[in-house]
Design a protein around this ligand. Structure first.
Ligand code: FAD
Ligand code: NAI
Length: 466
């Protein structure tokens, strides 16, 4: 029987990164993966394919609407959807091959098949009706998450799709109805809107992007509406009639009331994701779940069974690839006897639309609720030189700092490249820095990042360009 120091179940960003770090620390490591390719949700049907389509569709949109005003005259762009899907697939393949390479480079065994925990120290791997058991000192569960479903609305991945189907539609739907105004709905809605679909988003709550700073979400909604998105907030879809040529969605107020019917060609169900623990044998092994079906862990990623740990989407916390990766590194270090740690107060979040939305730290509503006195500094991209010359002035930077100590507690950006810009705020916050620190840091000119410096100056009411 093969024997390891560590067996990681699942090779998403949590699992494969954990395996690499453990191998770096001298452990003999194997990963178990039931999917045909490594890389998990993120590389195969998540972050990577969605970003490829967001990029390609943005270029399509720019060629149609932005080139002419810069004096670049091209014929009206034509959509070749199969080629765009091919571009997406090349991106996926390249990244998946990258993970294969990392496994080889770090001498990590890849065990293809479904992993089941037979108890502390034993994992069964089955594929094609055959099973093998491996012995291991430690197990990390990194099995990720799955689509959340709506009762009575069956996903066929053709007309009623999850994010997976929405990444591979064979033609642009005339009318796309999206259930859920979260990250997936707004990103994939943007893709198909740019490619020509009419997009309507039905959201249960009275706002989009729950969890994000409210002021940012409000402005973002306005921008998306200007782009042609239609929103029905405080509303739920109760049924979808699939019997006819077009889909008929029954929609009613979230609190109940008279219903109406919305016609659509494709319905995207994007109401969140749920932890994935199917077939892992957790109950029999004694690994406890929390009240939301996530693997229960202590602050050191240890489950209720000694030697079994869990990370990523399958445990509590934001369902983000970089959070899973950082937990992967931390748990490998803890198993090796080091002090692995993740700072959950500084995990950036990005919505990769145009403009992008990014944030790190607390939203204004969270500070209010916690009774923390804060000051706000804001700076609009309309007053930022680089944004002006590029004529991409939508959005603003908002910095929330502790009223007494000036320590930065949250940074929120809506604007082009906001996803790249957020990291200077993350580094500052990791070091416990103040708005004054940020304001006194020289920023290259002309850059969009100068808007961050100006927002930091605005915390002390001394922005220069406003
Ligand atoms: P996963 O990536 O889900 O990987 C789990 C792996 O475990 C899978 O490969 C699965 O096959 C395998 N597995 C499960 N059970 C078993 C078993 N019993 N035996 C063997 N293998 C098993 N996050 C971001 O940070 N940025 C983004 O831009 C972003 N975009 C997204 C877009 C979409 C459309 C979706 C759906 C998600 C997106 N996410 C994004 C979220 C991100 O994909 C997840 O947070 C991340 O993949 C979680 O990583 P993980 O390692 O925990 O699990
Ligand atoms: P989400 O949690 O972001 O949004 C789901 C939305 O659906 C919420 O606004 C919720 O109020 C709404 N909703 C729930 N039930 C509903 C109902 N019955 N009717 C109408 N609306 C309803 O989930 P989403 O967008 O599915 O994404 C799943 C996860 O994937 C997220 O947790 C996110 O972290 C991750 N992700 C991250 C991305 C990124 O970092 N850029 C991109 C895509 C996904």
């Amino acid at each position: 029987m093969a024997s390891y120091d560590l067996v990681v179940i699942g090779t998403g960003p949590g699992g494969y990164v954990c395996a690499v770090r453990a191998a770096q620390l001298g452990m003999k490591v194997a990963v178990v993966e039931k999917n045909a390719t490594l890389g998990g949700t993120c590389l195969n049907v998540g972050c990577m394919p969605s970003k490829a389509l967001l990029h390609a569709s943005e270029m399509f949109e720019e060629a149609a609407h932005s080139f002419a005003k810069m004096g670049v005259s091209v014929a009206a762009p034509k959509l070749d959807l199969p080629s765009m899907m091919n571009f997406k697939q090349q991106g996926i393949d390249g990244n998946v091959r990258g993970v294969d390479f990392l496994m080889k480079k770090n001498k990590i065994d890849v065990l293809k098949g479904s992993g089941k925990i037979l108890g502390a120290g034993k994992v069964e791997v089955s594929a094609d009706g055959k099973a093998q058991t491996v012995e291991t000192k430690n197990i990390v569960i990194a099995t990720g998450s799955d689509i959340a479903r709506l009762k009575g609305i069956e996903i066929d991945e053709k007309r009623i799709v999850s994010s997976t189907g929405a990444l591979s539609l064979e033609k642009v739907p005339e009318r796309l109805l999206i259930i859920g105004a979260g990250v997936i709905g707004l990103e994939l809605g943007s893709v198909w809107k740019r490619l020509g679909a009419e997009v309507m988003v039905v959201e249960f709550l009275d706002r989009i992007l729950p969890g994000m700073d409210g002021e940012i979400a409000k402005q973002f909604q306005r921008i998306l509406e200007k782009q042609g998105f239609a929103f029905k907030l405080g509303t739920k879809v109760t049924a979808v009639d699939t019997s006819g040529k077009t889909l008929l969605a029954k929609v009613e107020p979230a609190a109940g009331g008279p219903s109406e019917t919305i016609e659509a060609d494709v319905v995207l169900v994007s109401i969140g994701r749920v932890p994935y623990t199917e077939g892992l044998g957790l109950k029999e092994a004694g690994v406890a779940l929390d009240n939301r079906g996530r693997v229960q862990i202590d602050p050191h990623f240890a489950t209720t069974v000694k030697g079994i740990y869990a990370i990523g989407d399958v445990v509590a916390g934001p369902m983000l690839a970089h959070k899973a990766e950082d937990e992967g590194v931390a748990v490998a270090e803890i198993i090796a006897g080091q002090a692995g740690h993740v700072n959950y107060d500084v995990i950036p979040a990005v919505v990769y639309t145009t403009p992008e939305v990014s944030s790190v730290g607390k939203a204004e509503e969270e500070l209010k609720q916690a009774g923390i006195a804060y000051t706000v500094g804001k700076f609009p991209f309309t007053a930022n030189g680089r944004s002006k010359v590029n004529q991409t002035t939508e959005g603003f930077v908002k910095i929330l700092a502790d009223a007494k100590t000036d320590r930065v507690l949250g940074v929120h950006i809506i604007g082009r490249e906001a996803g790249e810009m957020i990291h200077e705020a993350a580094v500052l916050m990791e070091f416990g820095g103040s708005a004054e620190d940020l304001a006194r840091t020289c920023h290259a000119h002309p850059t969009r990042s100068e808007a961050i410096k100006e927002a930091a100056l605005a915390v002390g009411k001394r922005a220069i360009h406003m």
